[in-house]
Design a protein around this ligand. Structure first.
Ligand code: ADP
Ligand code: ASP
Ligand code: MG
Length: 245
Protein backbone atom coordinates (compact mmCIF):
# COMPACT_ATOMS: atom_id res chain seq x y z
CA UNK A 1 0.00 0.00 0.00
CA UNK A 2 1.27 3.44 -0.96
CA UNK A 3 -0.09 6.87 -0.10
CA UNK A 4 -0.40 9.49 -2.84
CA UNK A 5 -1.33 13.01 -1.80
CA UNK A 6 -2.51 15.69 -4.23
CA UNK A 7 -2.61 19.30 -3.03
CA UNK A 8 -5.06 22.00 -4.04
CA UNK A 9 -3.04 23.03 -7.10
CA UNK A 10 -3.21 19.45 -8.42
CA UNK A 11 -7.01 19.37 -8.39
CA UNK A 12 -7.78 23.00 -9.15
CA UNK A 13 -9.62 22.37 -12.43
CA UNK A 14 -10.92 19.64 -14.73
CA UNK A 15 -7.69 19.44 -16.73
CA UNK A 16 -5.65 18.79 -13.59
CA UNK A 17 -8.09 16.12 -12.38
CA UNK A 18 -7.75 14.37 -15.74
CA UNK A 19 -3.98 14.55 -15.34
CA UNK A 20 -4.29 13.09 -11.82
CA UNK A 21 -6.18 10.15 -13.32
CA UNK A 22 -3.31 9.63 -15.81
CA UNK A 23 -0.84 9.41 -12.92
CA UNK A 24 -3.00 6.83 -11.14
CA UNK A 25 -3.54 4.82 -14.32
CA UNK A 26 0.20 4.06 -14.35
CA UNK A 27 0.18 2.70 -10.80
CA UNK A 28 -0.41 -0.99 -10.18
CA UNK A 29 -0.09 -1.07 -6.40
CA UNK A 30 -2.84 -0.51 -3.85
CA UNK A 31 -3.21 3.17 -3.09
CA UNK A 32 -4.77 5.59 -0.70
CA UNK A 33 -5.23 8.88 -2.53
CA UNK A 34 -5.39 11.87 -0.17
CA UNK A 35 -6.83 15.00 -1.74
CA UNK A 36 -6.96 18.66 -0.65
CA UNK A 37 -9.70 21.14 -1.43
CA UNK A 38 -9.63 22.44 -5.01
CA UNK A 39 -7.35 25.43 -5.62
CA UNK A 40 -7.89 28.16 -3.04
CA UNK A 41 -11.26 26.83 -1.85
CA UNK A 42 -10.12 26.67 1.79
CA UNK A 43 -9.33 30.40 1.78
CA UNK A 44 -12.74 31.15 0.33
CA UNK A 45 -14.51 28.98 2.90
CA UNK A 46 -12.53 30.78 5.62
CA UNK A 47 -13.81 34.12 4.33
CA UNK A 48 -17.30 32.72 4.14
CA UNK A 49 -17.15 31.60 7.78
CA UNK A 50 -16.06 35.10 8.80
CA UNK A 51 -19.10 36.49 7.01
CA UNK A 52 -21.36 34.09 8.90
CA UNK A 53 -19.86 35.06 12.21
CA UNK A 54 -18.60 38.63 12.03
CA UNK A 55 -17.94 39.13 15.76
CA UNK A 56 -15.55 36.23 16.05
CA UNK A 57 -12.24 36.34 17.80
CA UNK A 58 -9.67 33.58 17.48
CA UNK A 59 -10.16 32.54 21.12
CA UNK A 60 -13.79 31.78 20.54
CA UNK A 61 -14.28 28.03 20.61
CA UNK A 62 -17.76 28.31 19.16
CA UNK A 63 -16.34 30.13 16.16
CA UNK A 64 -13.58 27.58 15.73
CA UNK A 65 -16.14 24.78 15.78
CA UNK A 66 -18.27 26.53 13.15
CA UNK A 67 -15.12 27.14 11.09
CA UNK A 68 -14.31 23.43 11.05
CA UNK A 69 -17.85 22.42 10.07
CA UNK A 70 -17.77 24.84 7.13
CA UNK A 71 -14.15 24.69 5.99
CA UNK A 72 -14.02 20.86 6.02
CA UNK A 73 -16.58 20.79 3.21
CA UNK A 74 -13.83 21.82 0.77
CA UNK A 75 -12.15 18.42 1.02
CA UNK A 76 -15.45 16.51 1.19
CA UNK A 77 -16.45 18.14 -2.09
CA UNK A 78 -13.13 17.79 -3.92
CA UNK A 79 -12.84 14.10 -3.03
CA UNK A 80 -16.38 13.40 -4.26
CA UNK A 81 -15.49 14.98 -7.59
CA UNK A 82 -12.13 13.22 -7.92
CA UNK A 83 -13.60 9.85 -6.89
CA UNK A 84 -16.51 10.13 -9.32
CA UNK A 85 -14.23 11.17 -12.18
CA UNK A 86 -11.79 8.32 -11.51
CA UNK A 87 -14.63 5.79 -11.55
CA UNK A 88 -15.81 7.32 -14.81
CA UNK A 89 -12.28 7.09 -16.23
CA UNK A 90 -12.05 3.37 -15.40
CA UNK A 91 -10.06 3.70 -12.16
CA UNK A 92 -12.36 1.92 -9.75
CA UNK A 93 -12.07 3.42 -6.29
CA UNK A 94 -13.75 3.65 -2.93
CA UNK A 95 -14.55 7.09 -1.48
CA UNK A 96 -13.71 7.09 2.20
CA UNK A 97 -15.05 9.66 4.69
CA UNK A 98 -12.05 10.23 6.91
CA UNK A 99 -14.08 12.27 9.40
CA UNK A 100 -15.55 8.95 10.56
CA UNK A 101 -12.12 7.32 10.93
CA UNK A 102 -9.45 9.84 11.87
CA UNK A 103 -10.54 10.50 15.44
CA UNK A 104 -9.43 13.75 17.01
CA UNK A 105 -10.05 15.76 20.15
CA UNK A 106 -12.21 18.90 19.96
CA UNK A 107 -9.40 21.44 19.63
CA UNK A 108 -11.12 22.89 16.58
CA UNK A 109 -8.76 24.27 13.89
CA UNK A 110 -5.81 22.46 15.46
CA UNK A 111 -7.28 19.08 16.31
CA UNK A 112 -5.01 16.45 17.83
CA UNK A 113 -5.33 12.96 16.41
CA UNK A 114 -5.94 9.92 18.63
CA UNK A 115 -3.63 7.56 16.78
CA UNK A 116 -4.61 4.34 18.55
CA UNK A 117 -8.36 4.87 18.06
CA UNK A 118 -7.91 6.04 14.47
CA UNK A 119 -5.69 3.10 13.60
CA UNK A 120 -8.32 0.71 14.86
CA UNK A 121 -11.12 2.46 12.94
CA UNK A 122 -9.07 2.50 9.74
CA UNK A 123 -7.93 -1.09 9.85
CA UNK A 124 -11.48 -2.30 10.50
CA UNK A 125 -12.90 -0.09 7.76
CA UNK A 126 -10.39 -1.29 5.18
CA UNK A 127 -11.03 -4.92 6.05
CA UNK A 128 -14.75 -4.37 5.61
CA UNK A 129 -14.43 -2.35 2.38
CA UNK A 130 -11.65 -3.96 0.35
CA UNK A 131 -10.49 -1.89 -2.65
CA UNK A 132 -7.34 -1.26 -4.67
CA UNK A 133 -7.77 2.50 -4.58
CA UNK A 134 -9.29 4.60 -1.81
CA UNK A 135 -9.92 8.31 -2.25
CA UNK A 136 -10.06 10.33 0.95
CA UNK A 137 -9.67 13.79 2.44
CA UNK A 138 -6.57 15.46 3.78
CA UNK A 139 -6.63 18.05 6.55
CA UNK A 140 -9.83 16.95 8.29
CA UNK A 141 -10.94 14.52 10.99
CA UNK A 142 -13.80 14.10 13.42
CA UNK A 143 -14.55 13.94 17.12
CA UNK A 144 -16.13 10.97 18.88
CA UNK A 145 -19.35 13.02 18.98
CA UNK A 146 -19.49 13.36 15.21
CA UNK A 147 -18.29 16.93 14.74
CA UNK A 148 -15.82 17.58 11.95
CA UNK A 149 -12.40 19.01 12.84
CA UNK A 150 -9.40 20.38 10.95
CA UNK A 151 -5.74 19.66 11.67
CA UNK A 152 -4.31 23.13 10.87
CA UNK A 153 -3.84 24.87 7.53
CA UNK A 154 -1.84 22.90 4.95
CA UNK A 155 -2.48 19.79 7.04
CA UNK A 156 -3.10 17.38 4.16
CA UNK A 157 0.58 16.39 4.01
CA UNK A 158 0.30 15.44 7.67
CA UNK A 159 -2.81 13.34 6.98
CA UNK A 160 -0.87 11.41 4.34
CA UNK A 161 1.91 10.71 6.84
CA UNK A 162 -0.54 9.63 9.55
CA UNK A 163 -2.29 7.20 7.20
CA UNK A 164 1.08 5.75 6.21
CA UNK A 165 2.04 5.36 9.84
CA UNK A 166 -1.22 3.73 10.87
CA UNK A 167 -1.36 1.34 7.91
CA UNK A 168 2.38 0.64 7.61
CA UNK A 169 2.44 1.93 4.05
CA UNK A 170 5.59 1.43 1.98
CA UNK A 171 5.89 5.11 1.00
CA UNK A 172 4.20 8.50 0.82
CA UNK A 173 4.30 10.62 -2.32
CA UNK A 174 3.32 14.29 -2.20
CA UNK A 175 2.56 15.42 -5.77
CA UNK A 176 3.28 19.15 -5.85
CA UNK A 177 3.51 22.03 -8.30
CA UNK A 178 7.32 22.15 -8.01
CA UNK A 179 10.02 19.72 -9.17
CA UNK A 180 10.79 18.68 -5.59
CA UNK A 181 12.33 20.23 -2.50
CA UNK A 182 14.77 23.03 -3.28
CA UNK A 183 17.36 24.77 -1.14
CA UNK A 184 14.96 27.75 -1.08
CA UNK A 185 11.52 28.55 -2.51
CA UNK A 186 12.13 28.35 -6.30
CA UNK A 187 9.36 30.89 -6.89
CA UNK A 188 11.29 33.50 -4.93
CA UNK A 189 14.95 32.52 -5.23
CA UNK A 190 16.16 32.23 -8.82
CA UNK A 191 19.20 30.03 -8.25
CA UNK A 192 17.57 27.68 -5.74
CA UNK A 193 18.91 24.14 -6.16
CA UNK A 194 16.78 21.01 -6.41
CA UNK A 195 17.74 18.59 -3.63
CA UNK A 196 17.41 14.98 -4.78
CA UNK A 197 17.81 13.28 -1.42
CA UNK A 198 17.58 14.42 2.19
CA UNK A 199 17.17 12.99 5.66
CA UNK A 200 13.98 13.57 7.67
CA UNK A 201 16.00 15.81 10.00
CA UNK A 202 17.37 17.92 7.13
CA UNK A 203 13.90 18.35 5.65
CA UNK A 204 12.40 19.21 9.04
CA UNK A 205 15.14 21.80 9.59
CA UNK A 206 14.45 23.40 6.19
CA UNK A 207 10.74 23.65 7.02
CA UNK A 208 11.53 24.99 10.49
CA UNK A 209 13.53 27.80 8.83
CA UNK A 210 10.40 28.79 6.91
CA UNK A 211 10.30 26.72 3.70
CA UNK A 212 6.57 26.12 3.32
CA UNK A 213 6.84 23.07 1.13
CA UNK A 214 5.73 20.27 3.49
CA UNK A 215 3.60 20.59 6.64
CA UNK A 216 5.93 20.51 9.63
CA UNK A 217 4.15 17.62 11.38
CA UNK A 218 4.65 15.29 8.40
CA UNK A 219 8.14 14.01 9.16
CA UNK A 220 7.86 12.57 12.66
CA UNK A 221 5.44 9.70 12.01
CA UNK A 222 7.37 8.73 8.87
CA UNK A 223 10.77 8.85 10.54
CA UNK A 224 9.49 6.68 13.36
CA UNK A 225 8.55 3.91 10.93
CA UNK A 226 11.27 4.55 8.31
CA UNK A 227 8.68 5.23 5.61
CA UNK A 228 10.22 7.21 2.71
CA UNK A 229 8.59 10.48 1.65
CA UNK A 230 8.75 11.46 -2.02
CA UNK A 231 8.05 15.02 -3.16
CA UNK A 232 7.38 14.79 -6.89
CA UNK A 233 6.33 17.14 -9.70
CA UNK A 234 2.65 16.69 -10.51
CA UNK A 235 3.08 18.13 -14.00
CA UNK A 236 6.17 15.98 -14.79
CA UNK A 237 5.35 12.63 -13.23
CA UNK A 238 8.23 10.80 -14.91
CA UNK A 239 10.72 12.88 -12.92
CA UNK A 240 11.85 11.61 -9.57
CA UNK A 241 11.78 14.79 -7.47
CA UNK A 242 13.09 14.50 -3.93
CA UNK A 243 13.25 11.54 -1.60
CA UNK A 244 13.30 12.21 2.13
CA UNK A 245 14.35 9.17 4.13
P1 ADP B 1 0.41 21.51 -2.02
O1 ADP B 1 -0.26 21.75 -3.33
O2 ADP B 1 0.85 20.10 -1.87
O3 ADP B 1 -0.38 21.99 -0.84
P2 ADP B 1 2.09 23.68 -1.36
O4 ADP B 1 1.52 24.79 -2.16
O5 ADP B 1 1.75 23.62 0.09
O6 ADP B 1 1.74 22.31 -2.05
O7 ADP B 1 3.67 23.68 -1.49
C1 ADP B 1 4.28 23.89 -2.72
C2 ADP B 1 4.87 25.29 -2.75
O8 ADP B 1 5.90 25.40 -1.78
C3 ADP B 1 5.55 25.61 -4.04
O9 ADP B 1 4.66 26.22 -4.94
C4 ADP B 1 6.70 26.54 -3.64
O10 ADP B 1 6.47 27.87 -4.03
C5 ADP B 1 6.72 26.49 -2.13
N1 ADP B 1 8.04 26.29 -1.53
C6 ADP B 1 8.50 26.94 -0.43
N2 ADP B 1 9.71 26.54 -0.12
C7 ADP B 1 10.08 25.60 -1.02
C8 ADP B 1 11.25 24.79 -1.20
N3 ADP B 1 12.31 24.87 -0.38
N4 ADP B 1 11.27 23.91 -2.23
C9 ADP B 1 10.21 23.81 -3.06
N5 ADP B 1 9.07 24.54 -2.94
C10 ADP B 1 9.00 25.43 -1.93
N1 ASP C 1 -7.05 22.62 2.05
C1 ASP C 1 -6.28 22.85 3.28
C2 ASP C 1 -5.57 24.18 3.21
O1 ASP C 1 -5.60 24.84 2.19
C3 ASP C 1 -5.32 21.75 3.59
C4 ASP C 1 -4.22 21.49 2.60
O2 ASP C 1 -4.37 21.85 1.43
O3 ASP C 1 -3.22 20.89 2.98
O4 ASP C 1 -4.99 24.58 4.18
MG1 MG D 1 0.03 22.45 1.03
Amino acid sequence: MKIYKFGGASVKNAERIRHLADILANESEDLIVVVSAMGKTTNQLEEFTQMLYPDATYEDKEYDCLYDQVVSTGELQSTRIVSAYLNHAGIANHWMDITQLLQTDDTFRNAQVDIAASQQHLQTYIQQHPAHVYVTQGFIGGTKDGLRTTLGREGSDYTAALLAYMLDAESVTLWKDVQGVYSADPRKVKDAQLIHEMSYAEAAALVEKGAQIVHHKTFEPLAEKHIPLYVRPFLHPKEKGTVIH
